[in-house]
Structure formats: C-alpha cells, structure tokens
Design a protein around this ligand. Structure first.
Ligand code: OGA
Ligand code: MN
Length: 277
C-alpha cells in the first residue's frame, strides 16, 4: 500500500514517505494505517500536507471522532489547534501541559484510543514530539515487578498534570483544575487481546493505599524506565507531517517551545473503545 515504509526502531515507530493527504482518504489506506498503528504504536507520514477535511475523513475511518467542547475549528469542529498562542486557540494556557509525559484523556473513564496530529507551522527551537511505548516497557519488566504491579491502582488528576507546568497556581486556577474529577485506573491496562501497557504519566498523582511519597517514587521510576531511548522516539516535525498514535499505550510529550513560536498543529482525537481493565 505505502511503498516507502521504514520501521524507526525495534520497539517503536514507523516512518512513511511519499504519501499525500488526499490519498489517505482511501479506505484501503485507512485500513493499512490501522494495522501499522497496532504494530508500531506510532505512524509518521512525512510531508503529507493533509488538510482539515481529509484529516477528518481519515480519522472517521479509524474510529469515532471526538468533537472537543472547546477549541474546534470553525469549518471542522472535530479539529483542534494546538498552539501556545492565545490568538490561535482558547486552550493555549493549558498546552504547556503537553511538555510533560502523558497520555490523552487519562482522567476519562476510557482514555482516548488514538490521536492524529499534523504540523501546519513548525518551531525553530524545541517543538519536537517524543513518544514512549509502554507496551514494550511493561513487557521488559522483571517477573517480580509484573507480579507486584498486578493489583495496583493509580489515581489520575488533571491538577497533578497542570501543577507540573504551573507549580504556583492562583486560587482561580486551582478551582478550575479541581472541576475535572479525579479518576482511578489500574496501573497495568490489560486489553482483550492480551496486550498490556502501563497507565502512567503527568496525571498520575498517587497509588491507592500507598503513602503519597512512595507512590510518587514508583510512578517516577516507571516513567524513567518507559521513556528510555530503547522504548522511545523523538519526531522532528516538517510542515505537512502527519503522526498517528495508539494513545492508550504511547506516552508522549512536546519538547518545550516558546509561546511566541509559530508552531501550529491541527489535531483530531479518536474516542476510546475498550474499557480499562
Ligand atoms: C496533545 C499533545 C504534543 C505536541 O495535543 O495532546 O500532546 O507535540 N501534543 O504538540
Ligand atoms: Mn497529548
């Protein structure tokens, strides 16, 4: 289907060149995307120049597309702008939160299944996106760790993630963060197909039944383990690149860039379709 398809490393990612945005609206292309996401976790299409309409068409063939409550584009409400510039998105203030390893929708009952992100404008400094495969990092744990983690549960909160970006919040900010309810998930997410991944990241605030400090240490240790170079990749964006990922197993973060950077991404989100178990 795609002539130039190169795996990026043994544990994560595949890169495809020579495909334009319009050809990704072919159902066979979408089917191949689905297979590649399952196999590699992160699928990088170089310089597709995909437009919003085609991005939405492709996204709909991959799953149920989330319509964000805020920040959608006028013509395409499914498409959010990701930028630190408040003139480009009402969510600019929250997007510093993307600088810390996270999965999207970790405080939802069912985290989002996938994310599609395309670069309209890139940053001169910073602004790469990094991904880490927690199916692979889980698999490589010792049997002792796997046994210990089997029944642990973790509380995820929006406030924990925002506090990393803004350690000194105002009362008003604290109140806004607290409006997003906390969510408890198992540390290890077991899929119907038997695959397992680690549900960790910036939102992970404590381990249920553990002293706070001990929980923080465990989450910190697992984050450091999972984001080692062997399980991760760093994508340096060119205009028109499109990256699709399995959000349920791929931690990700943006390498910090300036609020005055021209960096502008368009994004769609696929709703989760498998309960956390
Ligand atoms: C996001 C996100 C990463 C980036 O939009 O959820 O993590 O590099 N973006 O902008
Ligand atoms: Mn994200």
């Amino acid at each position: 289907m795609f002539a130039d398809t190169q795996p990026i490393s043994a544990e994560i990612g595949v890169e495809i060149s020579g495909v334009d945005g319009r050809s990704l609206t072919d159902p066979r292309a979408a089917e191949r995307c689905r297979e590649l996401i399952d196999e590699y976790g992160v699928v990088v299409f170089r310089e597709t120049g995909i437009d919003d309409a085609d991005l939405v068409t492709l996204s709909r063939m991959l799953g149920e597309v989330v319509v964000p409550r805020m920040g959608g584009q006028e013509d395409h409400p499914e498409v959010s702008a990701i930028s630190l510039d408040p003139t480009k998105t009402v969510l600019a203030a929250y997007n510093q939160g993307t600088f810390h390893w996270h999965i999207d929708g970790a405080t939802d009952e069912i985290p989002q299944k996938g994310t599609l992100l395309t670069a309209l404008e890139v940053s001169d400094e910073g602004g790469d996106t990094e991904f880490a495969n927690t199916y692979a990092s889980y698999e490589a744990l010792s049997d002792r760790d796997k046994a210990e983690f089997e029944n642990l549960r973790v509380v995820h909160s929006f406030a924990a993630a925002q506090r990393l970006a803004n350690p000194d919040p105002t009362e008003k900010q604290l109140a806004a963060w607290a409006r997003v309810p906390e969510r408890e998930h198992p540390l290890v997410w077991t899929r119907r197909n038997g695959r397992k991944s680690l549900l960790i990241g910036a939102t992970a605030s404590r381990v249920v039944g553990w002293p706070e400090e001990k929980g923080r240490r465990l989450v910190g240790r697992l984050l450091a383990w999972s984001t080692q170079p062997r399980f991760s990749l760093r994508h340096h964006w060119r205009p028109g690149d499109l990256v699709l990922w399995d959000n349920t197993g791929m931690l990700h973060r943006a390498v910090p860039y300036s609020p005055t950077s021209p960096r502008l991404m368009h994004r769609t989100t696929l709703a989760g379709d498998e309960a956390v178990a």
